[in-house]
Write a protein that binds this ligand. Structure first.
Ligand SMILES: [Zn+2]
Length: 761
C-alpha cells in the first residue's frame, strides 16, 4: 500500500460551484436511478446497498439500480464505470485524485460518486449521506440517524474529500456482534482493525495485510512464568526454554536469570532460535490469513529488559532502553526485506524511545504507545517527552501509528469508570499527531465506559472519528452535533456537563495536577459537583423520553457510580444514593440486555456488594489514618486458603490461623520467581499483645515483585502480595513499601486478618 510520503494533505474543496442544484427526490418519487457499471465486487455491492437504503429511508422514494442507466433520465453513477467515464469526458477528476480521495461531482443532472483506492466510491457515498444530507452513525447499537426529506436537494456542486490520517481506527474487540461493530466503524470511515473476515460483505481494511497482534514474545519462546502473558503457540516442540536455557532469559538487578521478564537479546544462540520460531509463527499466520505482519515486541512488564553487561552495552549503543531488543529486531528486518514487520514502541523504560541507528529498515511499522504520559495533559505541554519520542520515530521512518489511550484505566472492580472531562485534550493530541505526520490512528478506546455505552464515551468515539478525518474541525461543534442528534432536548445539559468537567481538568492541570493511567479518583468528584450535576441530569431527564431517555441514563452511569462510591457512607445522602443505585441497576440491566459487549451484569452486583461490605469493614488502625489514600495499600489473606477461619474479631470477619509454640513466630517475604527471601522478622512472646489484633511491622521496606508473598509460621499463613503488582506502571516497579501485618496471638494460635503497606519515602 502506498501513501503519500508523510503528511496526507487535507483537502475538502468545493468548486464548479455554478453547477445546478439537483433535486434527487420529491414527494416520495424520484427520476434517478443508481448506475453500478459492471463492478460486481463486494465493496461496490455494499456501496449500492448503503446508498439505496439511506436515500429511500430519507425520501420514501424507490431508487432502482441499473448496470448501465441506459434509457434513464437522471443517473447517480457509483464508481467510474465505462458509462460514467463516457458521460464525464474531460471532467473526469480521477487522474488528479490522491490516494483515498473521493469525489461527489455533478454534471448536468447527473451525480457521480467515485474516488481513488478501494474505498474511494463507498466513502464518497458516506460523504454524501453524512455531510450533504445530514445522516449520522452515532452508536454501534442504534439505527442510523436519517432525516426525512420532502424534497432531497444536493447543493454545492462538486466536493473532493481526503482524510487527514491515511489509516484510521478505534479498537472494537469488546463488541460481541463483530459485524454490527464493523458496519458502524466503516461508516465512520475506519479503515484499519476491521478484520479480513468481512471481505465478502464489502467491509475491507485498507491494508491487505493481516493486522498486528501484541506482546508476542511469550508466544515465540515458551517458558515465561509471567502472569497474564500470552500463551506460547501450540506447535512448539520445546515447551519450556527456561528449563534448558535460563541464560536466554533476562538477568535481574542482582545478576539472577529469571523467567518473568523478557529475553537476553544479546545472546546470539537465543536470537537464532527466536528468529526460527518467529518465522514459523509468521508462516502459519500467512497460511491462515494471507499476507500478515510479523509483530515482534516484548512482554507487558516494564522492568529493564536485561541487566547483563552485553545488553546494558546495547542500551548505551542505541541510546534507548530498548537497545538489545532493537539490535535483534533491526538485524531480523534487514535479513527478511520482504516481510512486513511491526513493533510496539511501548513503555519509556522499554522500547518507547527510538534507537540511534542509521539505515532504519523500511519494512518495519512502529506502533507508538505513550502509556506513561499524563492523562490530564497534552503532548505539546505536559507530555513533551512523549512528543519528542514520537518525532524521533518519525525521523527514522514514515510508518508510525499511534496507539493512543484516550481515557484513564481504573481499579477493575468499579461498575463503570468515573466520568472524565477530556474532549479538548484528545482533540489537541490528534491535531499534534497529524501535524507530525502520523500515518495511522490505532486508538485503544476501551476504557471510559465504552463497553457499557456509558458516560460520554459514544460521543468520544464519534468526535474522534471526525477528527481522524479532519483534525481542524472545532471539537465543541462536533460535540454539539453529536449531542443534538443523540440526546435531543437534553443536549444542552450533556454539553454543559462535559464542559464543566473539562474546565475542572484544565484548572487542575494549571495548578500542576496530574492524572496517571490508573487515576479514577478525580478531584472534582466531591459532593458539591456530584449534587450539581445530578440536578442537571434530573432536569434534563424531564425533557426527554424513550430512546433519548435511555441514552441520558447511560450518559449518567459514571455520575451515579461516583455518587454511590463517594456518598454511601454519609447519612445525609441516603435517599439520593438509593435512587442512584436503583437507576444504575436499571441502566445496567438495559445495557447488558440490549447491547452485547464483553461487560456482564455481574460486574455491577460484585461492585455493589463491595460497597455494602465497606460498612462492615473495620476502620484502619489509628496510626494509618493520617496517611493519604494514595500512599496506602491494603491486602486481605486468601479467604479460600486451607487455614482460613471465621473470626468475628477479624477485619471482614475472616482470618488465617496457624499454630505457634508460644515463644517465637517468624514472618517474612519470598519471591517465587527468583526463589529468594526478602525482608522478614521474628516476633517474640515478649512483644506480643495477647488476645487481640495488633500491628507488627517488618522493618525493612521492599519492592513488590510479580511473584511475591508474605509467609508466616510454617507457611500455613500467607498474604498474596503479588496481587498488588502492577506490571505496566514504571513508578510502581521502583516503589518501596513497608509492610505492617495485623495479627492476633492466643496461647497456641496466630491469626492474620490483613496487611497494610505504606509507601516508603
Ligand atoms: Zn542480556
Amino acid at each position: 500500500m502506498k501513501f503519500f510520503s508523510s503528511i496526507f494533505l487535507l483537502l475538502i474543496t468545493t468548486f464548479f460551484a455554478w453547477a445546478e442544484d439537483l433535486s434527487l427526490a420529491k414527494d416520495g418519487k424520484t427520476d434517478y436511478v443508481i448506475v453500478t457499471g459492471k463492478d460486481n465486487g463486494a465493496i461496490q455491492k455494499l456501496a449500492v446497498q448503503e446508498l439505496k437504503s439511506h436515500l429511500e429511508a430519507m425520501t420514501g422514494a424507490v431508487f432502482h439500480v441499473s448496470e448501465t442507466g441506459a434509457g434513464k433520465k437522471h443517473r447517480i453513477y457509483l464508481g467510474l464505470s465505462e458509462e460514467a467515464r463516457n458521460v464525464l469526458g474531460k471532467e473526469n477528476l480521477a487522474a488528479s485524485l490522491r490516494e483515498q480521495e473521493n469525489v461527489i461531482q455533478v454534471k448536468g443532472k447527473d451525480l457521480f460518486l467515485y474516488g481513488k483506492g478501494k474505498h474511494g466510491t463507498i466513502f464518497a457515498v458516506y460523504e454524501l449521506l453524512e455531510n450533504k444530507f445530514g445522516c449520522r452513525w452515532l452508536s454501534v447499537f442504534e439505527e442510523p440517524y436519517i432525516p426525512s426529506k420532502k424534497e432531497l436537494v444536493l447543493k454545492d456542486g462538486t466536493t473532493r474529500t481526503a482524510y487527514a490520517f491515511p489509516l484510521r481506527s478505534l479498537m472494537n474487540y469488546f463488541y460481541k456482534d463483530r459485524y454490527q461493530a464493523a458496519v458502524y466503524n466503516y461508516r465512520n470511515r475506519q479503515n484499519l482493525l476491521l478484520g479480513l473476515d468481512y471481505l465478502d460483505k464489502g467491509i475491507v481494511p485498507e491494508l491487505e495485510i493481516y493486522g498486528p497482534a501484541c506482546h508476542t514474545l511469550s508466544v515465540i519462546i515458551p517458558g515465561f512464568t509471567l502472569r497474564g502473558a500470552n500463551r506460547p503457540a501450540e506447535w512448539h516442540k520445546i515447551k519450556d526454554y527456561f528449563a534448558i536455557h535460563p541464560e536466554w532469559f533476562s538477568m535481574d538487578e542482582k545478576g539472577k536469570r529469571i523467567s518473568n521478564r523478557q529475553l537476553c537479546f544479546s545472546n546470539k544462540e537465543m536470537r537464532k532460535e527466536y528468529i526460527k520460531n518467529a518465522l514459523e509463527m509468521h508462516r502459519r499466520l500467512e497460511q491462515k490469513h494471507g499476507k500478515a505482519y510479523l509483530t515482534l515486541d516484548l512482554n507487558d512488564i516494564a522492568y529493564r529488559i536485561c541487566c547483563c553487561p552485553d545488553c546494558m552495552k546495547m542500551e548505551q549503543k542505541y541510546q534507548s532502553r530498548g537497545g538489545a531488543f532493537f539490535d535483534m529486531l533491526i538485524e531480523f528486518c534487514r535479513k527478511y526485506p520482504k516481510i512486513e514487520f511491526a513493533t510496539l514502541a511501548y513503555q519509556r523504560g522499554l522500547t518507547q524511545t527510538p534507537p540511534v541507528v542509521k539505515d532504519f529498515p523500511q519494512n518495519l511499522t512502529i506502533i507508538f504507545c505513550p502509556i506513561n504520559g499524563l492523562y490530564s495533559g497534552t503532548m505539546d505541554k505536559e507530555n513533551k517527552n512523549d512528543m519528542n519520542d514520537m518525532l524521533g520515530w518519525l525521523k527514522l521512518t514514515p510508518k508510525v501509528w499511534v496507539w493512543y489511550y484516550p481515557n484513564t484505566y481504573g481499579y477493575g472492580t468499579l461498575a463503570i469508570q468515573m466520568p472524565m472531562g477530556n474532549f479538548e485534550r484528545i482533540a489537541q493530541d490528534i491535531r499534534l499527531m497529524h501535524k507530525a505526520g502520523i500515518q495511522g490512528t490505532y486508538f485503544e478506546h476501551d476504557s471510559g465506559g465504552i463497553a457499557l455505552s456509558g458516560n460520554l464515551s459514544e460521543m468520544q468515539s464519534w468526535v474522534m472519528y471526525k477528527l481522524f478525518q479532519n483534525p481542524d474541525l472545532d471539537v465543541k461543534m462536533l460535540m454539539k452535533d453529536f449531542a443534538e442528534h443523540y440526546y435531543g432536548k437534553a443536549a444542552p445539559a450533556i454539553l454543559k456537563y462535559a464542559e464543566e468537567m473539562e474546565q475542572e481538568r484544565k484548572n487542575f492541570v494549571a495548578k500542576g495536577g496530574k492524572w496517571q493511567y490508573n487515576t479514577q479518583n478525580y478531584h472534582y468528584l466531591t459532593a458539591k459537583y456530584l449534587l450539581r450535576w445530578n440536578k442537571m441530569f434530573d432536569d434534563a431527564a424531564k425533557m426527554v423520553s424513550g430512546k433519548e431517555a435511555a441514552r441520558l441514563n447511560m450518559a449518567r452511569m459514571g455520575l451515579d457510580c461516583a455518587i454511590i462510591d463517594k456518598l454511601s457512607s454519609e447519612p445525609d445522602y441516603k435517599d439520593l444514593v438509593k435512587i442512584c443505585r436503583d437507576r444504575l441497576t436499571k441502566t445496567y440491566q438495559y445495557v447488558t440486555t440490549n447491547r452485547r459487549t464483553t461487560t456482564s451484569f455481574s460486574r455491577l452486583t460484585k461492585w455493589l456488594a463491595e460497597i455494602d461490605a465497606r460498612g462492615k469493614k473495620k476502620p484502619l488502625p489509628e496510626m494509618f489514618r493520617k496517611i493519604p489514600q494514595s500512599d496506602l495499600l491494603e491486602i486481605a489473606p486468601l479467604a479460600k486458603a486451607k487455614t482460613a477461619v471465621k473470626d468475628p474479631d477479624a477485619h471482614m470477619g475472616v482470618a488465617q490461623a496457624v499454630e505457634w509454640d508460644g515463644k517465637k513466630f517468624n514472618i517474612g517475604t519470598y519471591d517465587y520467581t527468583s526463589k529468594s527471601y526478602g525482608p522478614g522478622r521474628a516476633i517474640y512472646a515478649s512483644q506480643v499483645k495477647m488476645g487481640e489484633y495488633s500491628i507488627y511491622k517488618i522493618q525493612k521496606p521492599f519492592i513488590i515483585s510479580p511473584d511475591l508473598i508474605m509467609w508466616g509460621g510454617n507457611w500455613g499463613m500467607s498474604l498474596p502480595l503479588r496481587a498488588l503488582f502492577k506490571s505496566d506502571n514504571p513508578e510502581f516497579l521502583k516503589q518501596k513499601w513497608t509492610l505492617y501485618v495485623s495479627l492476633k496471638f492466643t496461647k497456641d494460635k496466630v491469626y492474620l486478618d490483613r496487611g497494610i503497606l505504606v509507601k516508603a519515602k
